[in-house]
Design a protein around this ligand. Structure first.
Ligand code: FAD
Length: 441
């Protein structure tokens, strides 16, 4: 985001998301206090203007793209409180996850689970249902024990399991449609070390062992290489000591050079010469070797992602995974374009958050990606048909083509969410084209 502040406090600016597939120009507001947030929301409502809170722009959908003004909360100051005894942390909503992870580590605490990256803001991550993997863990929003937001009428409202429980059930995955979250309290755990084990394996054997792999490990996931029968398995388990750190060079070789630089080269090659893609996948699946190491939990969960891509991710009832993968394989084999990225498969526990992808069921997530510059839509639309037929729910922050009519049956509390929205944002101050599509007017 770029811009220069005018005397009226707005900043003409250009906004683009991480993937570069969503951009807009308009006015940015950068409040540094909660009072300024309240004033900005009230002024927008009075002027019948729209205002979109944005995080770090890591959603692929237009969920954070403002039609009018946007509210960047990176500079929002506020209470930072760490209660080590009760393992609770309260932070301003615009804090980046990596800042939160470092803060927690200083106090001997950690988040129990994380996704693949740590650059999202706390509010941005929870608002789309950001998740990691692990049968015993729901999405990051399940760690929230309370939050404070500025509603569309400019009121400051705090909710938790005990206070305004209906709003709490809606606002933990609120799609940025219910208010501006200004403060979040999260439940933490004692800091822990993970032992990461990564190894290549056959797809069929992995699927056959799935129940044991999911139940027998804290965090299990795998990547399937399209056009092959091979996967790379990633297993993270809690261990008492950090006794097997990755040598600095090996860490750089694996995470920076192979995962980013060499991978970028392979993607460029595949984009220029699509016929080579199956061979590239076959070589990649064989070239990835096994490795085991230990490190601080967040450093194992999260890795830098420098190769740009577009992504769609579907949460499915766990039992539907084999059928969904078989359908995906048919999609991949019949596409006119080649699929350059491995497919990521993860698992989460059920939760009770109304618009969480994991609401009320054990989930298996399938994430499909396409390298920038290669058409993604035919691939994503074809897989969406497979996933929708199996009861899939699309990740709110990742590309999908569903609308309110098609999403309502997938979420038993959809109508209740809309009722909370009517109450908190009757004039649709926080609406944009995305909320109009997925929630309706
Ligand atoms: C490289 C990469 C890796 C990723 N890995 C994962 C992963 O492992 N697991 C996963 O589930 N997802 C993953 N994602 C998706 C990402 O976690 C989500 O899209 C997340 O919502 C992005 O957070 P953000 O801070 O960038 O928010 P944005 O994308 O900027 O905004 C997302 C939503 O949050 C709302 N919002 C932001 N701040 C506020 C606020 N203060 N109050 C109210 N609403 C607010 C916005 O209005 C919008 O609706 C990944 C994305 C990328 C690009």
């Amino acid at each position: 985001m770029r811009g220069r502040t005018t005397p009226s406090g707005t900043t003409p600016a250009v906004w683009a998301n991480w993937a570069g597939n969503q951009r807009t120009s308009g006015e940015a507001r950068r409040p540094s206090t909660v009072d300024e947030v309240v004033d900005t929301v009230r002024a927008a409502r009075t002027a019948a203007r729209r205002l979109k809170p944005v995080g770090s722009g890591h959603s692929f959908t237009d969920i954070a793209r403002a039609d009018d003004q946007w509210l960047d909360l990176a500079a929002l100051t506020g209470r930072i409180h760490v209660d080590t005894e009760r393992r609770l942390v309260t932070v301003p909503a615009g804090m980046a996850l990596h800042t939160l992870n470092d803060l927690l580590a200083e106090h001997g605490l950690a988040l129990a689970n994380l996704g693949d990256i740590d650059v999202q803001t706390v509010a941005g991550a929870i608002s789309t249902g950001t998740h990691g993997t692990g049968a015993g863990y729901g999405c990051l929003s399940t760690f929230v024990t309370g939050l404070t937001l500025v509603t569309g009428t400019g009121e400051l409202l705090t909710c938790s399991e005990e206070v305004e429980p209906e709003i709490f059930a809606a606002a933990r995955v609120g799609l940025g449609a219910l208010g501006v979250i200004v403060e979040v309290t999260l439940r933490c755990v004692d800091a822990f070390v993970l032992r990461a084990e990564e190894r290549p394996a056959p797809l069929a054997a992995t699927l056959a062992d799935l129940p044991a792999l999911i139940a027998g490990n804290d965090h299990f996931e795998f990547y399937w290489f399209p056009y092959t029968d091979r996967v790379q398995v990633k297993i993270n388990n809690r261990v008492p000591t950090d006794d097997r750190p990755l040598p600095r060079f090996r860490g750089w070789l694996d995470d920076e050079f192979l995962a980013n630089s060499v991978f970028a080269g392979a993607c460029r090659l595949g984009r220029a010469a699509p016929a080579l893609v199956p061979t590239i996948h076959a070589v990649s699946a064989r070239a990835l070797t096994a490795r085991t190491y230990t490190a601080r939990s967040d450093r194992v969960f999260c890795t830098p992602r420098r190769v740009r891509f577009e992504e769609m991710e579907y949460a499915l009832p766990r039992a539907a995974l084999p059928e969904a993968l078989a359908g995906l394989r048919r999609v991949v084999d019949n596409l006119p374009t080649r699929v350059l990225f491995p497919v990521e498969v993860r698992f989460t526990a059920p939760d009770d958050i109304w618009l969480s992808h994991g609401y009320g069921r054990e989930s298996a997530y399938i994430a499909v990606h396409q390298y920038v510059g290669v058409p993604a839509e035919p691939y994503f639309r074809a897989f969406e048909q497979v996933a929708t037929a199996l009861g899939g729910r699309p990740h709110w922050g990742k590309l999908h083509y569903r609308d309110a009519e098609s999403l309502a049956p997938a979420y038993p509390r959809f109508a209740d969410f809309l009722a909370v929205r009517d109450r908190l944002d009757p004039d649709r101050v926080f609406a944009n084209s995305y909320t109009e599509r997925v929630l309706g007017r």
